[in-house]
Design a binder for this molecule. Structure first.
Ligand SMILES: [Zn+2]
Ligand SMILES: [Zn+2]
Ligand SMILES: [Zn+2]
Length: 269
């Protein structure tokens, strides 16, 4: 290796090339030393400078399917750094969808989805799995790579610890972005409906259209989830459900929009 590589375990020493591999040179005394080492090959795989830099930067390599055991059997694994040592890990896979930037394969790592080309800097597609405390599934990543939005969900956690709802999509620079729109406004038909702590409201509320479409998140003693809200907009009414009258008597019915897009209950007989 031409340039000194910082030790990923102690972050103090440099990895120095020796006969068998690259050893951390951090040694102050017997208590304060580091014995991290990357061997020159693992299971028949030669550790090229690219592989070493993958391992040091990401604490893991791409998935190999041509590793050889001591008993000369082929097996598939990636190399990871765990508890200060390099060892194989067997849970890597690849997504079906190719990288939208360069067309190469996209690997599923423990903390991210990353394009094969990203390790040698040919490509910079890197999607962190953790987005505002939500862990993206492989399916979510496929959806994003295909240029679509993920389904709306309401368990994102903001940096000041507030839950919020959104869909995710990749912007023009292939960065994950939030879209807070649940759906189009059924009243003005042009605004986007998003939700805050109390209500679903239209984005045209503030501008010249002054759309006053509002649906409380809790109404008639019911909480309306974003999924139910979407159904309400699509079908114009809710599912049949139970209500309690002011005299505490139960009855069944549904709620729907009236002509002003206010919610009203319709009793079912
Ligand atoms: Zn070290
Ligand atoms: Zn790529
Ligand atoms: Zn509207």
């Amino acid at each position: 290796m031409n340039n000194a590589v910082k030790c990923p375990v102690c972050n103090q020493g440099d990895l120095i090339e020796g006969e068998k591999g690259y050893m951390c040179n951090h040694f102050k005394n017997l208590e304060d030393k580091c014995s991290f080492m990357i061997f020159k090959s693992y299971f028949g795989k030669e550790m090229t400078p690219e592989l070493i830099s993958q391992l040091v930067v990401s604490k893991e390599t791409v998935f190999f399917d041509d590793l050889i055991t001591k008993g000369n059997k082929r097996f598939s694994a990636k190399l990871i750094i765990e508890n200060g040592v390099v060892k194989p890990s067997f849970q890597n896979k690849m997504l079906d969808s190719p990288c939208p930037i360069c067309g190469k394969k996209v690997h599923v790592l423990s903390k991210a989805f990353i394009c094969e080309g990203a390790f040698n800097k040919d490509c910079d597609l890197y999607i962190n799995k953790n987005v505002a405390s939500v862990v993206l599934s492989d399916y979510d990543a496929e959806v994003l790579l295909n240029g679509s939005s993920t389904a709306y969900r309401n368990d994102f956690l903001s940096s000041n610890n507030k839950l919020f709802g959104a869909k995710l999509f990749l912007d023009n620079e292939y960065q994950v972005k939030f879209n807070y729109e649940i759906g189009k406004c059924p009243k003005c038909l042009t605004g986007s409906v998003s939700v805050n702590n109390w209500a679903y409201g239209c984005s045209n509320f503030k501008n010249h259209i002054k759309c006053d479409f509002t649906v409380w998140r809790e109404i008639f003693g019911k909480k309306i989830t974003p999924v139910e809200f979407l159904g309400l907009c699509q079908n114009g009414r809710s599912e049949i459900t139970k209500f309690k009258s002011s005299k505490n008597e139960e009855y069944t019915g549904f709620y729907q929009f009236d002509k002003d897009f206010k919610l009203v209950i319709v009793k079912s007989s």
